[in-house]
Design a protein around this ligand. Structure first.
Ligand SMILES: [Cu+2]
Length: 736
């Protein structure tokens, strides 16, 4: 969409809702906004399909359209060039971002504050709950600009290869062609990044100390004159969600909110800003609801996957200073690994406490056709076409069918990095920031070291995914899990491997002084963080430890080198954070539960993925399937209530990482079995608080959760971002 047409649609959106103030809309609820819903659905279900004449006047894709829509997908991906010197670039470890000094904030033309119109640049919102209301100090202020920038995934030279692993031709932006066998240096990829970096800034937060981030859109500026290619929200809008902060709707960055309030668009356009207020306050003020690792990422409707893949990822570990329990100081509280340094600028850093954000990508080979249902939104690309001028830069297809998996695996923005550790314990905070890929990690040693899959005679897209193997890799250490999505678990537990689904966080302590057989490590020893899950496409894995493991699929993603001894005051505690109470009579709530079934629809295209048979409608709340009590309830809980929600995977051989915003849940039943006394062995984290339900094919979970402290619109959705962007999402709302 051009800037001009973005402006036009912005005006149209505003006109649609002119004179309809927020409170009125809230009161109108689902029934009253039905008319608005229909109009909005036409705008949001699929502009590109509409432009191609594939939408019928009533907004339903007809049978002929389905055939056409299916015909316009190209599910062929390029093979990325082979990285020739992996495991040489150092793992980037983001330092804590500096807050904006108070004096500077006060000099802003529109400083943050609790008053009417102070929450965004449109002047139409206020913060629902300013920190003083709950006895908290004013927020620490950060400023993050959305920027066009460039990023290098590796400093290594590369060898262009085809899907059989054979050397092939390559290209450059100047129109030159290089013969097969020519080693190349990669061009930087264009990113849309928080402050222009990937991953974006890291904010080290603390409970009791609210944070306000002013996100400001500068994506209309392109100072380096970079090629924007054909993905990323076409109108350059953004919508930032702190996953899974206990946050008021206006700061939550979700499209059920943004289409109705605030920007009244899928996201905030260039030159707009929004103040997201993160109270760093646990749900219900209950310490047992405290979490430990958030991330902030784009949530712009219809282009979340593209925007996240284009770089909109930031890290937000949250510490708990109360009684020194988890404040980044291993000498007190739970004594988890971490040595804290308070910086003069008000931030703090914690050594031995390292976030690891996993992200897979593909680089353009210059010959693969760019072709999908979104092409009309990027007219400058003249798709369907191949783009030799983009050779070596990130390749993305919106791909409503199978999702999107890359063949280069990166950690903290660097492909196949190396980390030197001291001989002591570390805390690792894992995050899957990938569009669709699920990982399963083990810690392995290897005498022979990594070999390229090509050099082992392997070929074909699936076998080349990950590029490298450690054929003689053997598990040598265990992980001690200390946290899941929802924060510290009640008791640490050991794991030989763990799965990491999109948007999931898992935290582990790893002791680098000893191997699992008890023998000591020595300086210079090498350990590989190794992915053993083979996932050929976004549907699901073909091989993992749980299902037909492939002993040959051992892809090293991070090389860890043992260094010198270092003091270690940390301990692995026997107990961590207790779970919030589950009412003894929770089974009595089963009949009245809300039921949401995620399925693959028959319509394809923009509305391929459905919940309870419907594509996402941002203007209204979803309706539950009929529950055992015979009711089809609206997803409209009252503030302060608790309920059971069932999420069903409607089958078809797909897995779905299903995410519910705003409060952590606890799984009470999986596949009809009570798991409160101990999880399903396949899902050991069911005993933890989570915000993401991992659903194997045809599985169902029933979760218990609360709806506290705020009112207004939220969403729940599949976090396979290709599914989310093609309508597998629903709106829900907390009413006063
Ligand atoms: Cu899904």
């Amino acid at each position: 969409m051009s800037e001009e047409s973005a402006q036009r649609s912005s005006e149209a959106e505003s006109a649609d809702r002119a004179g309809m103030p927020r409170r009125l809309l809230l009161r109108l609820g689902a029934a009253g906004s039905a008319a608005v819903a229909l109009a909005a659905a036409r705008n949001t279900v699929g502009p590109s399909l509409a432009q191609r004449g594939l939408l019928t006047p009533d907004g339903i894709v007809d049978a002929a359209s389905i055939t056409l829509a299916n015909a316009i997908y190209t599910e062929v991906f390029p093979t990325s060039p082979l990285i020739l010197s992996p495991f040489n670039d150092l793992l980037p470890i983001p330092r804590a971002m500096a807050p904006v000094p108070t004096s500077e904030v006060q000099s802003w033309a529109n400083p943050p504050g609790p008053g009417p119109g102070q929450q965004n640049s449109l002047g139409n919102e206020r913060h629902q709950l300013w920190p003083s209301t709950i006895g908290f100090p004013d927020p620490i202020v950060y400023k993050i600009n959305l920027q066009v920038a460039d990023h290098a995934f590796t400093s290594s030279q590369v060898l262009p290869i085809d899907s059989h692993g054979r050397p092939t031709v390559s290209f450059d932006a100047a129109g030159r062609t290089y013969p097969a066998g020519t080693r190349r240096t990669l061009p930087n990829s264009t990113i849309y990044g928080f402050n222009g970096t990937f991953p974006g800034p890291r904010i080290n937060a603390e409970y009791g100390k609210p944070v306000l981030v002013r996100f400001e859109n500068h994506l209309d500026e392109n100072p380096l004159g970079l090629d924007r290619q054909d993905f990323g929200a076409p109108n350059w809008s953004f919508l930032t969600h702190l996953h899974n902060g206990h946050t008021a709707p206006e700061s939550d960055g979700n499209p059920h909110y943004s289409m109705r309030f605030g920007p009244r668009l899928q996201g905030y356009l260039p030159r707009m800003w929004v103040d997201n207020l993160y109270l760093n306050w646990p749900a219900g003020g209950d310490d047992r609801e405290k979490q430990s690792f958030f991330w902030f990422h784009d949530h712009r409707m219809d282009h979340t996957g593209a925007n996240v893949y284009k770089g909109m990822v930031g890290l937000y570990p949250i510490y708990d200073p109360k009684n020194g329990l988890d404040m980044g100081d291993e000498r007190q509280g739970y004594r988890l690994p971490g040595v804290r340094t308070d910086n003069p600028n008000g931030s703090f850093d914690v050594e031995y406490d390292i976030p690891l954000a996993l992200y897979d990508c593909r680089l353009d080979d210059g010959v693969t056709l760019h072709n999908d249902a979104h092409d009309a939104e990027f007219p400058d690309a003249h798709n369907p076409a191949s783009h030799p001028e983009w050779w070596g830069k990130t390749f993305f297809r919106h791909f409503p069918n199978h999702g999107f998996v890359g063949d280069i695996f990166t950690v903290n923005g660097t492909a196949y990095p190396v980390l030197e550790v001291k001989r002591r314990k570390y805390r690792f905070r894992f995050l899957d920031a990938s569009v669709s890929r699920i990982y399963e990690f083990k810690l392995m040693s290897s005498t022979q070291g990594p070999k390229s899959a090509v050099s082992l005679g392997l070929g074909g897209d699936t076998e080349l995914q990950g590029q490298f193997r450690i054929p003689d890799g053997q598990q040598c250490m265990q992980f001690t899990q200390i946290a899941a999505d929802g924060g510290l678990v009640p008791f640490p537990f050991k794991r030989d491997s763990f799965e990491l689904w999109p948007a999931k966080r898992r935290e582990f302590v790893v002791d680098f002084t000893r191997y699992q057989d008890g023998s000591p490590t020595t300086k210079g020893d090498v350990i590989y963080l190794t992915n053993v899950m083979k996932m050929p496409d976004g549907r699901m894995w073909s091989n993992s430890s749980r299902f037909s493991s492939d002993p040959n699929y051992k892809v090293p993603v991070l090389k860890i080198v043992i260094g010198d001894d270092a003091p270690d005051d940390s301990q692995v505690p026997t107990q961590l954070r207790p779970l919030p109470p589950l009412p003894a009579n929770w089974r009595n709530m089963l009949d009245n539960r809300l039921i949401f079934e995620v399925t693959r629809g028959g319509a394809g295209g923009e509305i391929e993925w459905l919940i309870n048979g419907k594509p996402f409608d941002p203007t209204t709340v979803a309706t539950s399937l009929k529950n055992p009590a015979g009711q089809a309830l609206l997803a409209q809980p009252r503030r302060g209530s608790f309920n059971l929600w069932e999420i069903r995977n409607g089958g078809g051989g797909w897995v779905h990482p299903f995410h519910l915003h705003m409060e952590e849940h606890r799984t009470v039943m999986r596949n009809g079995r009570d798991v409160t006394g101990g999880g399903d062995p396949a899902h050991p984290d069911d005993v933890a608080r989570e915000d993401l339900a991992a659903l194997d094919p045809s599985e169902s979970v029933i979760v218990y959760r609360g709806f506290r402290d705020f009112v207004g619109p939220y969403v729940a959705h599949c976090h396979n971002l290709a599914h989310e962007d093609h309508a597998m999402m629903f709106g829900w709302e907390i009413t006063p």
